[in-house]
Ligand binder design. Structure first.
Ligand code: HEM
Ligand code: HEM
Length: 173
């Protein structure tokens, strides 16, 4: 096996798209709350995008188990690091939605959604641990994704070993 299976490739790139959307929606939501005009729909749409990431990640881990992964390109320390980063990315893709759900459940957002009353939405998340962790994990994820992308760029333009092709839908014979 020299490439990831097609369904692994599709879920990888779909996750990237959903992640950009969830990040943008989460940030706009936080800005709206600070300006005093957050809406229930804003929380619901962000939760849907984040929830879709969780489902897609669980599906992807199932595909990974069934289809396997191509063998590492090398066996050095850098390859061990790349594998470690992949595992960390999967962990974050699960923990982020989980802390998001916990933010809703353990804050007034939950009761506002249940009552359908935007007036109950919190102005601040003081003492809501899940929100602090959610915010922290967003920054950790961004940092790890940057390292991951820099690794891909290095393979593409410096090592020129065709690694990007392993995550492509175009099949090599
Ligand atoms: C990988 C998925 C997710 C990403 C990348 C993400 C990203 C973000 C970002 C960037 C923020 C703004 C942080 C801040 O400065 O306060 C945020 C806030 C928030 N997220 Fe998520 N999120 C994800 C999943 C979820 C899920 C699944 C839920 C709920 C079901 C959720 C609920 C929330 C809530 C309630 C806030 C607080 C918004 C506010 O400050 O008013 N998130 N998220
Ligand atoms: C422009 C952005 C991205 C590029 C160019 C990229 C590129 C790649 C490439 C080439 C691989 C295959 C590595 C190999 O064959 O060993 C890969 C794997 C992987 N990528 Fe990305 N990626 C990007 C964004 C992301 C994002 C946003 C995430 C998730 C947060 C992510 C998570 C992963 C994971 C978990 C793997 C390992 C797959 C496995 O073995 O199960 N990638 N990526």
């Amino acid at each position: 096996m020299k490439q990831y299976s097609k369904r692994m490739v599709v879920t990888h790139w779909l996750t990237l798209g959903l992640l950009v959307a969830a990040w943008f929606l989460g940030d706009s939501l936080s800005d709206a709350r600070h300006d005093g005009n957050a809406t229930l729909a804003g929380y619901l749409i962000h939760a849907l995008a984040g929830g879709a990431i969780l489902l897609l990640t669980l599906l992807r881990l199932f595909f990974r188990r069934k289809d396997g992964t191509p063998a590492p390109v090398g066996s050095g320390l850098m390859d061990k690091m790349a594998t470690g980063i992949h595992h960390l990315l999967y962990t974050l893709l699960i923990l982020l939605p989980v802390t998001g759900i916990l933010t809703i459940v353990t804050s007034k957002v939950g009761s506002a959604l249940m009552a359908g009353n935007a007036g109950l939405l919190p102005k601040k998340f003081t003492g809501v641990l899940a929100h602090d962790v959610h915010e922290l994990l967003v920054n950790v994820l961004i940092a790890i994704v940057i390292v991951h992308v820099l690794g891909a760029v290095k393979h593409q333009f410096i090592l020129k070993d065709g690694l990007m092709g392993r995550m492509s839908l175009r099949r090599k014979n």
